[in-house]
Design a protein around this ligand. Structure first.
Ligand code: HEM
Length: 572
């Protein structure tokens, strides 16, 4: 690793932005493999498709999920995403068969039903002349879908708020918050933030776990009563959920492990799809020509009826739009790994324990790999060729990861996204609301997925010629804008369940700045340049003696933070 470039100097830029944006700038400056050194922590940032292939495929056994497993332990335990080693192997072998072909095909009708309910809510807002916040809409739609798919539970979140929905989102936001706070230069929460957060999160976990336990018991009974033979591609007629499959398979597992698996599927299968739909809608709202082509295709292939599995083959352009949207906005934008043993990558000898960010964002926008990388061009993936995936694109395209830890829900997610998008585009013209997006842009913020900074606010117009009679809506149910915003800006301190005052936010900024100063010192710099007024707000650049003082002060702040973090950990 000694010869690998080290990102130093303007590290300050990293703080306060979605992490993948400065990582992109650093990649352009330092190359496709470099070390990001922040204080005592070092990360290797990978933006090279061959190295990504080594890590995910060829040498996959030499890597674990590392930091991610530690962060997600509180919510997913040893569910598939954070699991490592033998546990992962065993659970993957059990869970993957539940998402078999017949199951995914059977979900298509449910996606269509949910699409109609969702469209009815959109039509209600349109009739009331209201702007719709699409990120909230898609999150709720995807939650309703995953609830039915995984444990046959109807959250009905497009129509109502209730304590279970609130608890799911509290837990989810906490998971997102932690997955971005582990980077010390990011936002290290002072103890006083942690305590109310922990409390709210613990309470929410109890609600979610109770609900999962109830669903497990209910499903056990359904399976017992049905007494169906468990065969390959088993699918219960009464309850085609993943939970039913797992119980019917006789999977001998603790209820804690089963809950971990369900929670993982609930979280993994929901926010990602909602984010893909949100950014695809943003891209189409800002690219009328591509929107017109999607609408032409959807009008021709499905019209007002519900999509079938055969239609998936025909909705080729719509699929390419989603493929291209996942290139520009990969969910998640960064994959996390840790070396379990010494490895050699691109000629560099890597020590055991090294933490990695495989930046999918960088790979997907790497100018060496993609012409006009920042442009939305669905046609770059020709309709008469195979659908792009990590294999066809030689690991330059990783919307669902690759190798042994590839997403288990890729087919499910693609069908869900195609159907939902097709049904919305068939029924509505979509324009950004200039009151919210005066410059036509939509800001990004980092969570586990890429969120919008202030929502995606659109004006919908019922399309002439699209029948839409099936969208009859109930005047008595809540309109979308009367429901709570579930997208409480994942990954920001403000996203927490507790409210923060100015003092607390200032303290967080100090911590961030301190980490930048210490990071600069660690990589041998003798000064830092600041975009926002110096480590302690005095001057835009700190050098010489003042730099040494700033480093000492910063180390003190970070040491206190670390102590607070350890205390909070113990209190959990
Ligand atoms: C568009 C939607 C989705 C996207 C973009 C997506 C993306 C990904 C990615 C990139 C990974 C690999 C993570 C890594 O290597 O570190 C992954 C893993 C995973 N995904 Fe998805 N996913 C989506 C939908 C789903 C759905 C619907 C489910 C379940 C029903 C699901 C379940 C999982 C699980 C369990 C893993 C972990 C697999 C393992 O480690 O063995 N995902 N997903």
């Amino acid at each position: 690793m000694s010869r690998m470039p080290v990102a130093a100097g303007d590290i300050r830029e990293i703080a306060g932005q979605p992490v993948f944006v400065p990582l992109y700038k650093l990649f352009l400056a330092y190359g496709e493999m470099f070390i990001l050194a922040i204080g005592p922590k070092k990360f290797v940032v990978v933006s090279d498709n061959d190295v990504a292939k080594e890590m995910l495929l060829t040498q996959a056994n030499s890597f674990s999920k590392g930091l991610l497993s530690e962060i997600l332990d509180f919510v997913m335990g040893t569910g598939l995403i954070p699991a490592n080693g033998e546990t992962w192997k065993i659970r993957r072998r059990v869970v993957v068969p539940s998402l078999h072909k017949k199951y995914v095909a059977s979900m298509v009708d449910m996606f269509g039903d949910c699409g109609v309910h969702g469209s009815a809510q959109l039509a209600k807002s349109e009739a009331e002349g209201k702007t719709v916040e699409m990120e909230n809409f898609y999150s709720r739609l995807a939650l309703d879908i995953i609830g039915k798919a995984v444990f046959n539970y109807d959250f009905d979140s497009l129509k109502k708020d209730d304590p279970v929905i609130k608890a799911v989102y509290t837990v989810l936001r906490e998971a997102e918050y932690r997955s971005v706070t582990f980077i010390p230069y990011w936002k290290v929460p002072p103890l006083q933030w942690l305590v109310p957060r922990q409390k709210a999160c613990q309470e929410a976990l109890v609600v979610v776990n109770d609900t999962l336990n109830m669903l497990i018991e209910r499903t056990k009974k359904i399976v017992e009563d049905a007494d169906e033979e468990f065969v390959e591609e088993y699918l219960s007629g009464d309850d085609p959920s993943i939970l039913n499959f797992l119980i019917a398979s006789g999977d001998d597992v603790t209820s804690k492990q089963l809950r971990d698996d369900l929670m993982t599927l609930l979280i993994a299968g929901h926010e990602t799809t909602a984010a893909v739909l949100t950014w695809t809608t943003y891209l189409l709202a800002t690219h009328p020509e591509q929107m017109r082509k999607v609408q032409e295709e959807v009008d021709r292939v499905i019209g007002d009826r519900r999509p079938t599995i055969q239609d998936m083959m025909e909705l080729k352009y719509t699929t390419r739009v989603i493929n291209e949207s996942m290139r520009l906005y990969p969910q998640p934008p960064v994959l996390i790994r840790r070396a379990l043993e010494p490895v050699t990558l691109d000629g560099y000898k890597i020590e055991t324990g090294t933490d990695f960010f495989i930046s999918v964002w960088n790979l997907h926008r790497n100018p060496r790999l993609w012409p006009e990388p920042d442009k939305f061009i669905p046609e770059r993936f020709p309709l008469d060729q195979k659908m792009p995936n990590e294999v066809t694109e030689n690991f330059a395209y990783l919307p669902f990861g690759g190798g042994q830890r590839k997403c288990v829900g890729d087919q499910f997610a693609l069908f869900e996204s195609i159907i939902t998008l097709a049904m919305v585009c068939r029924r509505f013209d979509v324009d950004l609301d200039p009151a919210f997006h005066p410059d036509g842009e939509c800001g990004m913020t980092t969570g586990a997925t890429i969120h919008t900074t202030g929502g995606l606010h659109v004006k919908l117009k019922r399309r002439a010629g699209a029948n839409g009679a099936e969208m009859g809506f109930d005047e008595t149910v809540s309109s979308l804008d009367e429901l709570e915003d579930v997208n409480t800006r994942g990954g920001t301190p403000e996203a927490a369940s507790a409210a923060f005052d100015e003092k607390e936010l200032q303290e967080a900024k100090d911590v961030k700045e301190a980490a930048v100063v210490v990071g600069a010192a660690t990589v041998g710099a003798s000064g830092v340049k600041s975009g926002s007024g110096g480590a302690k707000g005095e001057s835009p650049s700190i050098e010489g003696e003042r730099f040494d003082q700033a480093v000492a002060e910063a180390e003190d702040i970070l040491a206190k933070e670390e102590a607070a973090r350890v205390e909070a950990q113990k209190a959990r």
